[in-house]
Ligand binder design. Structure first.
Ligand SMILES: [Zn+2]
Length: 237
């Protein structure tokens, strides 16, 4: 194997590493993780909204129940005064009965409102339960997608490491000036930075070398590094 075969080996590894990095940055497994996380975020957002909604109703229910409890205390007091041991005049009894009647109507009204709130809460609670179950499933899905992504990344990282090692071996056996020329041309020509001499032309571009230049390259020893006079690529005789 001539030194220039190592230059092709170096280029092969650069091409391979470029492809692997490109693939690693665009894994469908990563899309799956993002999709699962975004669906999960939507669930969390809805859950948050429903919780706030629920809290508003629950606060109102609490307030109404407090009022009902206060009415019950007051009713017990009035009952005590009406039917207790203390004497009440008929007039006083009428006043007490009127207040009792009005408090009972208020209590009925409040209890009706509480019932309505409870009916409103029912579907919200059902939805919250659904969301909790879906979120738990989604978390399992995210974990599975992340695991699958990590596994694929690990495989690619292994391939990248292997390629880096082979590149290192190629670099070690190449003269520094050849590597420098290769690296200077790499940004312009990428995977065809170094090409073979076809016998008459550069294999990297569609142009024809002038006959004199082609003859000159032909005259070089096999394995010599030349440059295409047309495109500037490194041409290995
Ligand atoms: Zn060329």
């Amino acid at each position: 194997m001539t030194a220039m075969e190592d230059l092709f080996a170096l280029q092969d590894e650069d091409v391979l590493m470029g492809q692997l990095k490109y693939r690693r940055a665009r894994l469908p497994e990563a899309d799956a993780v993002r999709a699962a996380e975004s669906a999960r975020a939507e669930m969390s957002a809805e859950e948050g909204e429903r919780q706030i909604e629920r809290l508003d109703h629950a606060r109102r229910q609490n307030r109404l129940e407090g009022e009902v409890a206060a009415i019950e205390v007051r009713l017990a007091e009035l009952d005590q005064r009406l039917y207790g041991s203390a004497m009440t005049s008929p007039k006083e009894a009428t006043v007490l009965q009127n207040e009792i009647g009005s408090l009972r109507r208020r209590q009925d009204d409040l209890e009706g409102q509480i019932l309505e709130i409870m009916e409103t809460l029912e579907p919200i609670d059902a939805r919250l339960e659904e969301l909790a179950a879906a979120a738990s499933d989604a978390d399992i899905g995210i974990a599975a997608a992340q695991k699958s992504l990590a596994e694929t990344e690990a495989v690619i990282d292994g391939e990248l490491a292997g390629s880096a090692t082979r590149r290192e071996v190629a670099v070690e056996s190449l003269p520094d000036d050849v590597i420098a020329r290769y690296e200077r041309n790499l940004p312009s020509f990428g995977s065809s930075t170094v090409v073979r001499f076809s016998g008459t032309d550069c294999n990297g571009c569609p142009y024809s070398m002038p006959a004199m230049e082609a003859d000159r390259v032909k005259g070089l020893a096999v394995g010599t590094l030349a440059e295409c006079s047309e495109c500037g690529r490194l041409v290995v005789r």
